[in-house]
Design a protein around this ligand. Structure first.
Ligand code: HSE
Length: 306
């Protein structure tokens, strides 16, 4: 095989109680990439459609992730990458992660799968540094593996994949404004109180227990964020109003998707998700900011060949 076309899905990171460690993979929204072997050594970004991103390999998220993987080999050929972006940059649904995950997934397939998807997370997260200034794997793990993912630890990387309860749906409202991940990380406090840490870890434990036991109420009760949301929400116009509209209309919980500005809600069942989506839409209209809204089941496949 000399060429591969892949789909790299959008993701929701953090999920309120798991800053930098929880992720969820979305269905139906994502980028496409074509990766092919070339006689020229190294990695060349040959085409970018749908976004204004650097072609220089060392400055491009996909390029950096690809180079991190290729450091493990002495090859006498290289790779060309074409990127077709559907996920807007700075949207909070894993745009940079999709590029990083797609690059390492595609190259790994063309090399005959020397690495597992879990191992690929190590390389993909190097790409994230270009976009956000810090190595975190919550989006890339969910994008590569699908379902819910938990980063149990970073040193060494320990990624746990968790299947989604069947009736779980995500709603994502994406306001058409850009929030740079690096800016959204700059507003967070570097230290937290013991009281806040206890609240957050209790909710994280509850959330994971809820996923394993299909306990939707427990999932909802656990969707709280006392560490990050209070510092970031002012970056998102009408955040509180949209969150309340979602919860008052039956969402299990709602919050900031990744670094924002997208706002997510989790719901039990499609009917509930559609009702919540309508309520979020109505609530956002008054801002005058353009937006789009997605209702999605949890994508269990992650990055895949198409
Ligand atoms: N966990 C990351 C953050 C996700 O919230 O900053 C965005 O890359």
């Amino acid at each position: 095989m000399n060429e591969i076309k892949i789909f790299c899905p959008a993701t929701i990171a953090n999920l309120n109680c798991g800053f930098d460690i929880l992720g969820l993979c979305l269905e139906g929204i994502g980028d496409e990439m074509i990766i092919r072997k070339s006689t020229e050594k190294g990695v060349k970004i040959t085409k970018i459609v749908g976004a204004n991103l650097p072609f220089e390999t060392g400055k491009n998220v996909a390029g950096v992730a690809a180079l991190a993987l290729l450091e493990n080999f002495e090859l006498d050929f290289g790779f060309e990458i074409e990127i077709y972006k559907n996920i807007k940059t700075g949207s909070g649904i894993g745009s940079s992660s999709a590029s990083a995950a797609g690059a390492v997934y595609g190259i790994n397939e063309l090399l005959g799968k020397p690495f597992s998807k879990v191992e690929l997370v190590n390389f993909a997260m190097k790409g994230e540094v270009v976009a956000s200034g810090s190595e975190h794997a919550d989006n890339v793990a969910a994008c590569l593996l699908g379902g819910f993912t938990l980063i149990r630890g970073y040193e060494p990387l320990d990624v746990i994949q968790i299947a989604s309860p069947n009736e779980l749906y995500a709603v994502v409202l994406h306001p058409h404004i850009e929030v740079k991940t690096s800016d959204a990380r700059a507003v967070i406090q570097p230290t937290v109180s013991l009281k806040a840490a206890i609240t957050q870890t209790g909710n994280l434990g509850g959330f994971i227990a809820g996923l394993y036991t299909n306990d939707y109420d427990l999932i909802g009760r656990s969707l709280k964020d006392v560490l990050v949301e209070p510092f970031r929400k002012h970056l998102i116009p009408n955040f509180d109003e949209v969150k309340n509209a979602a919860i008052n209309n039956g969402a299990l919980g709602a919050g900031i998707s990744g670094a924002g500005p997208s706002i997510f809600a989790l719901c039990k069942g499609k009917e509930s998700a559609e009702k919540v989506a309508n309520a979020m839409k109505d609530s956002y209209q008054s801002t005058g900011i353009e937006f789009d809204i997605h209702v999605s089941k949890v994508n269990s496949k992650g990055t895949e060949t198409i």
